[in-house]
Design a protein around this ligand. Sequence first.
Ligand SMILES: NC(=O)C1=CN([C@@H]2O[C@H](COP(=O)(O)OP(=O)(O)OC[C@H]3O[C@@H](n4cnc5c(N)ncnc54)[C@H](OP(=O)(O)O)[C@@H]3O)[C@@H](O)[C@H]2O)C=CC1
Ligand SMILES: O=C(CO)COP(=O)(O)O
Length: 317
Amino acid sequence: MSIAVLGAGAFGTALAISLAQNGPVILWARDPGDMAHLRENRARLPGCRFPDGLSVTGDLPDAAAADILLIAVPMQKLRAFLSDHAKHFADKTLVACCKGIELESGLGPVAVMSEVLPTATPAILTGPSFATDIARGLPTALTLACAEDKKGLRLQQSLTTPNLRIYRTTDTIGAELGGALKNVIAIACGAAMGAGLGESARAALMTRGYAEMQRLAARLHADPRTLSGLSGFGDLSLTCTSTQSRNYRLGLSIGKGEGFDPAVTVEGAATALAVDALARKLGLDLPITAAVAGLVENRLDVKSAMENLLSRPLKEE
Ligand SMILES: NC(=O)C1=CN([C@@H]2O[C@H](COP(=O)(O)OP(=O)(O)OC[C@H]3O[C@@H](n4cnc5c(N)ncnc54)[C@H](OP(=O)(O)O)[C@@H]3O)[C@@H](O)[C@H]2O)C=CC1
Ligand SMILES: O=C(CO)COP(=O)(O)O
């Protein structure tokens, strides 16, 4: 099965580098610049050399001729990207590699792909993985979710590499929620750490944040086991504890009262707003998510957000 990765950000580039261990891979960039010549993506993933099997193109129809298309553009850009190139994607197997919930619709990547391209086969690749770790060949495990199990099995086999171990599920809703929601909780954890509230506060936010993730997942009929796996508990643990995470770093800067580069991809910011709106619509109580929405919109400071959380009525765990 031939593979192309569409979107040459840090994650798309890292996946292409890893997959090229198995055979030829095409990496599509909207602006390839001198990547092909340098054999490196200096802007997004500096220091990670391209293996011989990786070719770079700016020609989308050429890349989209591959059997499997990994879509690695940010969540809030996904719908427009798919619509703009719909004629090339109509009957394809599309694997979303983004983590987030769309602001306008409250949908995750698989649902957006199904809506825009009803004749394509949608799947999602998600889980705890920093792009640099994958590109450097460090051991990483991810979840591949595809509602059609036979197709999911083929994808699992095609996307496994010597350092990338892929687990499989048919629960696309759980997989996309795990990846999206952990980013929101990572912002909360970063904010607490940045404001000097301590590691016990972070552990409480991770645990109660995980309860919010499970609450929303249950309401949207995800399998609870998915959330306790790589896309959920796994990615939450990684993202809430590492300064490699951009979501965690945004939180840190909010906690410290510092600015943050708006050009950096931080999926949890828009996702917090999308999930907060969705929770209100569904009548669900997601107080940490609501606090993060307040922080990213500058309606709330960390001190007040924590006071709000601590003064809520006492309840059973
Ligand atoms: N980085 C990581 O460690 C991981 C990231 N992810 C997920 O991967 C997704 C992408 O993140 P990441 O690669 O890190 O982000 P980056 O900021 O590194 O790159 C984003 C990429 O998307 C491209 N892009 C942006 N808008 C469009 C558009 N309208 N059409 C086509 N291409 C577009 C950019 O192109 P250009 O360069 O031309 O601006 C860039 O190549 C996110 O959802 C993230 O959560 C998942 C796991 C790990
Ligand atoms: O999703 C990731 C790790 O699994 C990357 O996290 P950030 O987007 O916060 O950098």
